[in-house]
Every structure is written in structure tokens, then in C-alpha cells.
Design a binder for this molecule. Structure first.
Ligand code: NAD
Ligand code: UFG
Length: 372
């Protein structure tokens, strides 16, 4: 039984699928501050399996302890957190409170419940401005914004925790730039308001919700002048969590990059999106965004060595899957909060037929969620 914090979110819902498809049981918790419970209903439809949902906040140590105990949790994947870099500059204390304090409370509850296996979602942003490329795990950690510092402090805290009690097994996953969506088009990234990140913005321009993309700077020292990032398909990223769980057999702390090792520029992403969508994404160029780096991409060697994991999906597939999600859900999860039972079963049947029999549980699709 795996406890997944932030399970209703963009990455969390995809991690849920990876876990359920692998035959694991999941209790997902989320305070729904940046997500919609409909994502988890759809996860159940896709997998043809139920999960347990608890509407809870990671800062509520008592509630977390009760869930760990009552559900018989053996390991935790911790994704809950606030994640917007710009917002973290405006209200840093909210980020420290939610991310750092929240993780402290979660870990205290785990300690009390004697659950000592943890996979934590960190970010490539902990490296700060690259001193060299590709970024390997030995690169100095020099985050340049409060959000990145919350991830850095949590990483340090988890190392201290292990030093104080070497029973812990801790995996720290440093994500590069997660994009795309599940191939069903049923779940994906659903930003509130104006998207901060490139792919959701591009998709909203392609579908006509926004007039044009503003490219933040075309005078970087890169081949076409626009920023370069290591975009990774969210389904590949999700499978990295499963690999991490499987490889946390030895006690210790393991920090691992989850990236592809390839960099693509903003203009390359636009062209790839145009090709799969058959639309032409309008854009214009503006000033650089404060705090942006020109280029980063991962060295994924250690992920292969330590976890036996590597990414599989191309930039074209990332764009195609992101586009399918956008086309099928132009308003994200809004307006579909309660799915009709019939629709759920139809989706489940379709996916059951498409999946191999051994990965699907025979359990019926249970009520979508329970609120604690
Ligand atoms: P998301 O906002 O979609 O998911 C985070 C989830 O956590 C949301 O459902 C939110 O409601 C929940 N949450 C926030 N605070 C909570 C709290 N105190 N208690 C319970 N639930 C809480 O974001 P995401 O993109 O899925 O990111 C998941 C994790 O991955 C985050 O920790 C983020 O920092 C990290 N990450 C994301 C990216 C990215 O580009 N998406 C990159 C690197 C790292
Ligand atoms: N960009 C634009 N216009 C936009 C949005 C983005 O030109 O409207 C450009 C940016 O300047 C950058 C590239 O697209 O060159 C990627 O920008 P994103 O905002 O999508 O991604 P970042 O690399 O800046 O940051 C993201 C998350 C961070 C996380 C980091 C590493 O926002 O939280 O990836 O995982 F830390």
C-alpha cells in the first residue's frame, strides 16, 4: 500500500496509474488546492481499479498518521507542494510553510507509524545556473528562487534524517521539465489561470484560448537564440517513481535526475506542436523572463545505473499526447466533476480491453473517492 501525497495533481495522477497498473494499492491524499478530484476518477477509469482518496493536508500530522496506520501503508511517494517559481518570489513564507513544514510533518507521521521508505519529488531547479552541462547529480546545488530553495532544504533535511536513523530508504527524484499527458487524453495538466509553463501555454494558443505565445527571449547563446530545456514525458516520469520504489531496497539516500538527456529549444517545441496539431501556433518574441537560464538538460546516466530507468518517449509524442488532452478537455477538469457511472464504465472497459490482463485487478470500480 503506497501513500501518494499530491495524488490528484498533474504528476500525481500519472504516478497513480503507474502504481495501479503495477498491481500496487494506492491511498492518494491531496488538499485539492491546485487540483480537481475528477483526475482521480479518471485514473480509476483508465486502470479499471479503485484507489483510496483522502482529502487531507500534509501539514496535518495527526491525520497523516491515522491514514498511514489505518491503510497499512508501507512506503510514501511525496509530491504534494506548491510549485510556481514566480509566485514563490511573491509569497516565500507560504512556500516554506507548505513545502518544508509540510514535509517535516509528513516525515514525523511516518516516523511514528514506522514507515521509513520515501520517494520525494525534487526538481532540477535545485542546481541553479548550470556550471557545466549535462547536469549530473554531483553538480553543486545553488537554487536561485524560494521554490527551489524549499526543494533544496527538504533534500538536506532528508539527508539529516537518514544520518540520525539509518533505517530510512530515501529516493530524491530531480525532475527536469515534465510535459505531455496520458495517451488516453483523459488526464493531463490543468493549470489555473494563465499557464506559467511553455507546453500548456502553447496548447492553449493552438486551441484558440489564447491569442499568441510570448517567447521570453531569443538572444540566448543557443543555436536559435531561445531557451533550451530537457522536456520529459510525464508517463516516463511516472514510471521513474515505480523504478525508484523497486530499487529502494538498500537503506540510504539516493538523489537521481529524471530527464531525457536531450535539450530542445522553445522554437523546436513550437514546431513539434504545429506538426502534431496541424495548427500554427502564433508567437512573438519579448524580453527574457527574470531568473530564466539559457539552457539545461540532464545527464540521465545515473538513473539508468541506479534505477534501471530511462525515458522512452519523443518530443513528438509529448506534444501529441498533450494536444489530445487539450482537445478532449478544452476547459480541463472544470465542468466534469461528477462523471456519469456509465461513462466511467465505458472508459474502463475500453482500457481493460487495451491492457494486458495480468496488470488489471478484478476489483470493481469503487466509489470515486471518500472524503476524510
Ligand atoms: P500539481 O500542483 O499539479 O500537484 C501538486 C498537488 O499537491 C496538487 O494536487 C495540490 O493540490 C497538492 N498539494 C499542495 N499542497 C498540499 C498540501 N499542503 N497538502 C496536501 N496536498 C497539497 O503539481 P505537479 O506538477 O503535479 O507537481 C508535483 C510535484 O512535482 C511538486 O512537488 C512539484 O514541486 C514537483 N515538480 C514539478 C515540476 C513541474 O514542472 N510540473 C517540475 C519539478 C518538480
Ligand atoms: N517560455 C516562454 N514563454 C512562455 C513560457 C515559457 O518562452 O510563456 C520559455 C521559458 O523562457 C523557458 C522555456 O520556455 O526558456 C521553459 O519554460 P517553463 O516555464 O516551461 O519551464 P522552466 O524550465 O522555466 O521551469 C520548469 C518549472 C519549474 C521547475 C523546472 C525544472 O516551472 O518549477 O521546470 O523542473 F523547477
Amino acid at each position: 500500500m503506497i501513500l501518494l501525497t499530491g495524488g490528484a495533481g498533474y504528476i500525481g495522477s500519472h504516478v497513480c496509474i503507474a502504481l495501479l497498473d503495477a498491481g500496487l494499492d494506492v491511498v492518494a491524499i491531496d488538499n485539492l488546492s491546485n487540483s480537481n478530484i475528477a483526475s482521480l476518477e479518471r485514473v480509476q477509469s483508465i486502470c479499471g481499479r479503485s484507489l483510496v482518496f483522502r482529502h487531507a493536508d500534509i501539514r496535518n500530522e495527526e491525520a497523516i498518521y491515522e491514514i498511514l496506520r489505518a491503510c497499512g501503508v508501507t512506503a510514501v511517494i511525496h509530491l504534494a507542494g506548491l510549485k510556481a517559481v514566480g509566485d514563490s518570489n511573491v509569497r516565500p513564507m507560504t512556500y516554506y510553510e507548505n513545502n518544508v513544514l509540510g514535509t517535516m510533518r509528513l516525515v514525523s507521521a511516518m516516523k511514528k507509524a514506522k514507515v521509513k521508505t520515501l520517494v520525494f519529488s525534487s526538481s532540477a531547479t535545485v542546481y541553479g545556473v548550470p556550471r557545466y552541462l549535462p547536469l549530473d547529480e554531483k553538480h553543486p546545488l545553488e537554487p536561485t528562487n524560494p521554490y527551489g530553495r524549499t526543494k533544496f532544504f527538504i533534500e538536506e533535511m532528508l539527508r539529516d534524517l537518514y544520518r540520525s536513523d539509518d533505517d530510512w530508504r530515501i529516493g530524491i527524484l530531480r525532475y527536469f521539465n515534465p510535459v505531455g499527458a496520458h495517451e488516453s487524453g483523459l488526464i493531463g495538466e490543468d493549470p489555473l489561470g494563465v499557464p506559467n509553463n511553455l507546453l500548456p501555454f502553447v496548447a492553449q494558443v493552438a486551441i484558440g484560448k489564447r491569442e499568441k505565445l510570448l517567447i521570453w527571449g531569443n538572444d540566448y547563446d543557443t543555436p536559435d537564440g531561445t531557451g533550451i530545456r530537457d522536456f520529459i514525458h510525464v508517463v516516463d516520469l511516472a514510471s521513474g517513481h515505480l523504478s525508484a520504489l523497486r530499487h529502494l531496497t538498500k537503506r540510504g539516500v539516493l538523489a537521481v535526475n529524471l530527464g531525457t538527456g536531450r535539450g530542445n529549444s522553445v522554437l523546436e517545441v513550437i514546431r513539434a506542436f504545429d506538426a502534431v496539431s496541424g495548427r500554427s501556433v502564433r508567437y512573438e518574441t519579448g524580453e527574457r523572463r527574470a531568473g530564466d537560464v539559457a539552457i539545461w538538460y540532464a545527464d540521465p546516466t545515473f538513473a539508468k545505473e541506479a534505477l534501471g530507468w530511462k525515458s522512452a518517449r519523443s518530443l513528438g509524442q509529448m506534444c501529441a499526447d498533450h494536444w489530445r488532452w487539450q482537445l478532449q478537455n478544452p476547459d480541463g477538469y472544470r465542468g466534469i466533476e461528477v462523471l456519469k457511472v456509465q461513462e466511467r464504465s465505458r472508459d474502463a472497459d475500453r482500457h481493460r480491453r487495451a491492457s494486458s490482463p495480468e496488470v488489471l485487478s478484478k476489483r470493481r470500480i469503487a466509489r470515486p473517492h471518500e472524503r476524510a
